[in-house]
Design a protein around this ligand. Structure first.
Ligand code: ADP
Ligand code: MG
Ligand code: MG
Length: 247
């Protein structure tokens, strides 16, 4: 059965129709990549799945774990296990990474009807995840992303993802503008989250990330819909021939 089942999704932003009948299905354990030219609607898809305001679904359906995702608000979707990574991670002066994470985790648990994690339990989770991603605990005591390098922000995002432990991670161009070391960090974070019961949707412009994270399926998106899907070899074909010829 599908973890994510998007059928014929149409979405408007303002007066503009941006998604035009997008269909996409993901099974648990799968990693899918969405590639495609600028303006294809990739970020619109990510924002729509995360439940951001201003994205008006005008048709189609999205089932997540068999439930209607579109019925849920953004916080409820996060609590249900949907994580959206950022192309440009936000800085939050005055809030430490640890506080930010504990608040996010507890707010999700509350929505799920679970009890808060104790301070000790929380630190145990964070230390384990930080160690796995080689994140210095001192960095986690600092304000969220303030003064972090591009690579450190990405490592931090991977720690956030690991602690929140989503069932569906959507990463929108999280690899853009990264040097090779930062790309490895992101890849390690993604691969650590790759399990039999999770799915990962990678939105990327580049083949590079896919050398480190091997997707099961690659989709090409253009003009608001999926125009072609295939195996990993499709990424090479796209790189050699460009979107216009392939899609
Ligand atoms: P991609 O991520 O594939 O580059 P986007 O989803 O960002 O594509 O954008 C798809 C189209 O929607 C583009 O034409 C873009 O200009 C338009 N668009 C995106 N966000 C908005 C918005 N907030 N208001 C109006 N148009 C938007
Ligand atoms: Mg873009
Ligand atoms: Mg985009």
């Amino acid at each position: 059965t599908n973890l994510l089942d998007i059928q014929n999704l149409t979405v408007k932003v303002g007066d503009k129709q941006i998604l035009n009948g997008l269909t996409l299905q993901m099974k648990p354990g799968e990693v899918h990549a969405i590639m495609g030219p600028n303006g294809a609607g990739k970020s619109t898809l990510a924002s729509t799945l995360a439940g951001r305001e201003d994205y008006e679904v005008t048709g189609g359906s999205v089932a997540f774990n068999g439930e209607d995702l579109l019925e849920l608000g953004a916080h409820e979707r996060a609590a249900a296990g949907v994580f959206l990574g950022f192309q440009y991670p936000v800085e939050i002066p005055g809030v430490s990474n640890l506080n930010f994470l504990r608040t996010a985790l507890n707010s999700q648990r509350k929505i799920r009807g679970e009890s808060e994690v104790s301070a000790a339990e929380f630190m145990k989770i964070v230390k384990e995840k930080a160690a796995g991603l080689k994140m210095d605990m001192d960095m986690l005591k600092r304000f969220v992303n303030v003064g972090f390098s591009g690579g450190e922000k990405k490592r931090n995002e991977m720690v956030q993802m690991a602690v929140l432990n989503p069932t569906l991670a959507i990463l929108d161009e999280t690899d853009s503008g990264l040097d090779i070391d930062a790309l490895r960090i992101v890849s390690e974070g993604i691969n650590a989250q790759r399990r039999d019961d999770t799915a990962i949707l990678l939105i990327t412009h580049y083949q590079r990330l896919l050398d480190y994270v091997r997707p099961d399926v690659i989709h090409v998106m253009a003009k608001g819909k999926i125009v072609r899907s295939g195996g990993p070899s499709l990424a090479r074909e796209l790189e050699e021939r460009g979107y216009a010829d392939v899609a």
